[in-house]
Design a protein around this ligand. Structure first.
Ligand code: S5P
Length: 279
């Protein structure tokens, strides 16, 4: 059985049991992009402007909806319309981290009603597996997918070693809902090799990787950047997540600069994927 990293996005999409993971892999194949753009701006107009500019070049737009000062339901309706128009998924980077009953309510209710519009969200395993039961009770019936933060990009983070392995083990016990990991490398194959599951025979997890930048190595606040080639070809991850490298920080670059940077990262990410398939 070939390792996951030697299969194309299209081959993986064709066999993927989780509809939203299948959809994401299909978009990567169709649009020839493994770029997820992280839009971390604080205004509704800024978020929509950047999503409109970046939409044609990415497979996914990642939001931090709780930083938007003038949030309203119209924002998510407009974002959903852009997702349909440009063929991308929406990932709300909520990083849930509480007991099952609390995250169930945080995911479904309140002002944001995340589950009603975000195709993907993510969670920490710190509270134990009840967090997965709680989130799945809301997200699974809606066809949503979850990423576990098995590793993180920032300097000195504690998501390492046995904690990372526990994330992969927990994911295997929730195969209908956990579609993959935020991680810095192919954490699932390391576990497969160590745990006696032959590479490729386990579930197909989508590895989405932040800390990607072509011009900078860090931000002075702990973030650490690697290149698309290091992430996709070198470490076997599937999707690059790029924030400030594209939107530029603050209220965001002008549209022409966003388009230019999107094309640059899309091209670099796709070349790294093609090089990986040839390895
Ligand atoms: O380990 C992580 C996990 C995430 S989801 N490190 C991260 O940086 N992120 C997120 O990715 C972070 O919250 C931010 O939204 C994005 C990286 O942004 P950038 O501007 O540094 O590219």
């Amino acid at each position: 059985m070939p390792s996951i990293t030697t299969r194309t996005y299209a081959e993986r999409a064709a066999k993927h049991p989780i509809p939203v993971a299948k959809q994401l892999l299909d978009i990567c194949d169709r649009k020839k992009t493994n770029l997820c753009v992280s839009v971390d701006v604080t205004s509704k107009a800024g978020l929509l402007r950047i999503a409109e500019a970046a939409g044609p070049y990415c497979c996914c737009i990642k939001t931090h909806i709780d930083i938007v000062e003038d949030f309203d339901q119209d924002l998510v309706q407009q974002l959903q319309a852009l997702a349909d128009k440009h063929d991308f998924l929406i990932w709300e980077d909520r990083k849930f981290a509480d007991i099952g009953n609390t995250v169930r309510l945080q995911y479904s209710s309140g002002i944001y009603k995340i589950a009603s519009w975000a195709h993907i969200t993510n969670a920490h395993l710190v509270p134990g597996e009840g967090i997965l039961t709680g989130l799945a009770s809301v997200g699974q019936p809606l066809g949503r997918g979850l990423l576990l933060l098995a590793e993180m990009s920032a300097k000195g983070n504690l998501a390492t070693g046995e904690y990372t392995t526990k994330n992969v083990e927990a994911a295997r016990r929730h195969p209908e809902f956990v579609m993959g990991f935020v991680a810095m490398r192919r954490v699932d194959e390391r576990e497969e090799t160590a745990g006696g599951v032959a590479p490729g025979e386990g579930a197909d997890y989508v590895i989405m990787t932040p800390g990607v930048g072509l011009d900078s190595k860090g931000d002075g606040m702990g973030q650490q950047y690697r290149t698309p080639d290091e992430v996709i070809r070198g470490s076997g991850c599937d999707v690059i997540i790029v924030g400030r490298g594209i939107y530029g920080g603050g209220d965001g670059n002008p549209n022409e600069e966003i388009v230019k940077q999107c094309k640059r990262y899309q091209e670099a990410g796709w070349k790294a994927y093609e090089d990986r398939l040839r390895q």
